[in-house]
Ligand binder design. Structure first.
Ligand SMILES: [Fe+2]
Length: 384
């Protein structure tokens, strides 16, 4: 196999390079004896990982009626879809705000407007999944809860599409994402919006949102699997989650998907009390939670969905320039489209230029943290 990156400090392994063709048993043994727990392999330059066990379908249907796997969708260029996605985000914010305040007042969720929103978002995800999921990552303090729900909805649909689920299942996954945190409407605002650590009592109150969400939706016209995702999205594979301390397959696959999308969006979002992790770093850290907390098979699919260099990631190139990933829809996850804008050697800005890495000799050599370079927000480099 071709090792694209050993994830961990270089001090923890005996190899002098971080990227190489692993071709001998001896090297494999040396690799196994290190403290490196995760690495990325490049299937285009060597063997791929053996097929993982498939995840069971989220809606059980007789095999004869199972829809054929959809063809690989033709994607719209990111820049083009970003404009449409921005309108969808703006509308979604308003729809979700009124939906959450309805629920807060004890009114039922308007299924029609939720379904319409899911349909519009689904259409955008089909055109180019990276537009909506990249935009939904940007949040301000006052709209966090709504935009988090929208972001999880977008991620869920992109993931379900990646897992070749039927159109109906993709929309069901979207609805689960949209409503998974609806129970937070019943959490006192001083706890929900508290900037900083919660006391143990406040934490217990906060944890109750998953049970409350399912309870709120039960009398409403909402599919059972969506109720279950509300109830189970904080369960962990090793049984250390809440509220039911469920383990492994006791947690429904749709809920395991929700857990991954929920965590990814939470850790990559800026909050008043903490800066979000860069997307690529978030994936690397989440990889370490697989097995104990997250479903490994679904997480692998999730990485394929957002790309190992998601849109907005800062990367250093082999020609000593810094660039931002502006489209991750290319053939290989390792060769996204980037916008070059900074010289790493002189630490001077360059006039921005786009570069298709899959058509170039230039490679990504590392992910970088914008803060280490004294660079401000990079959003203007990938947004229209
Ligand atoms: Fe939650």
């Amino acid at each position: 196999m071709f090792v694209h990156e050993l994830c961990g400090p270089w001090m923890k392994h005996p190899f002098w390079r971080n990227r190489f063709l692993l071709s001998t048993e001896q090297d494999l043994d040396r690799l196994r004896s290190t403290q490196i727990e995760y690495l990325w392999i490049d299937g285009s330059k060597g063997l791929s990982a053996p097929d993982s066990e498939p995840v069971q379908a989220i809606v059980e249907a007789p095999a004869a009626e199972a829809p054929p796997a959809p063809e690989a969708p033709k994607t719209t260029p990111l820049l083009q879809e970003l404009e449409r996605a921005a309108h969808i985000c703006a509308r979604a914010g308003l729809v979700l705000q009124s939906m959450f305040s309805d629920v807060r007042l004890g009114r039922p969720v308007e299924r029609d407007s939720a379904d319409r929103l899911v349909q519009q978002m689904h259409a955008s995800i089909k055109r180019n999944p990276h537009a909506l999921i990249s935009l939904a990552r940007i949040k301000t303090a006052d709209n966090y809860t709504y935009l988090h729900s929208m972001a999880v909805c977008a991620l869920m649909m992109a993931l379900a599409q990646r897992m070749q689920m039927s159109e109906e299942e993709v929309r069901l996954a979207g609805l689960a994402g949209l409503l998974h945190d609806v129970g937070k409407c019943r959490i006192p605002l001083h706890i929900l919006n508290k900037p900083g650590a919660l006391t143990p009592e406040e934490w217990l109150t906060m944890q109750d949102h998953s049970r409350l969400g399912a309870q709120l939706l039960r009398p409403m016209d909402v599919p059972d699997l969506v109720l279950q995702a509300c109830l189970q999205h904080h369960e962990k594979m090793d049984g250390s989650g809440y509220p039911g301390k469920l383990k492994g397959t006791q947690i429904h696959p749709l809920s395991r998907m929700t857990a991954i999308c929920d965590i990814y969006d939470a850790v990559t979002s800026d909050r008043p009390y903490k800066k979000g992790w860069p997307p690529a770093q978030a994936l690397q850290r989440m990889a370490q939670w697989c097995g104990d907390h997250l479903d490994k098979v679904i997480f692998e699919q999730f990485v394929q969905t957002v790309g190992i260099y998601p849109v907005g990631s800062l990367v250093r190139l082999s020609n000593e320039q810094l660039a931002v990933v502006i489209d991750a829809t290319s053939n290989s996850l390792l060769t996204p489209k980037v916008r070059v804008f900074y010289c790493a050697q002189t630490r001077q800005p360059l006039s921005p230029a786009e570069l298709e890495l899959h058509q170039s000799e230039i490679r990504i050599i590392s992910r970088e943290d914008p803060e280490n370079w004294g660079l401000g927000p990079l959003n203007s480099l990938w947004q229209p």
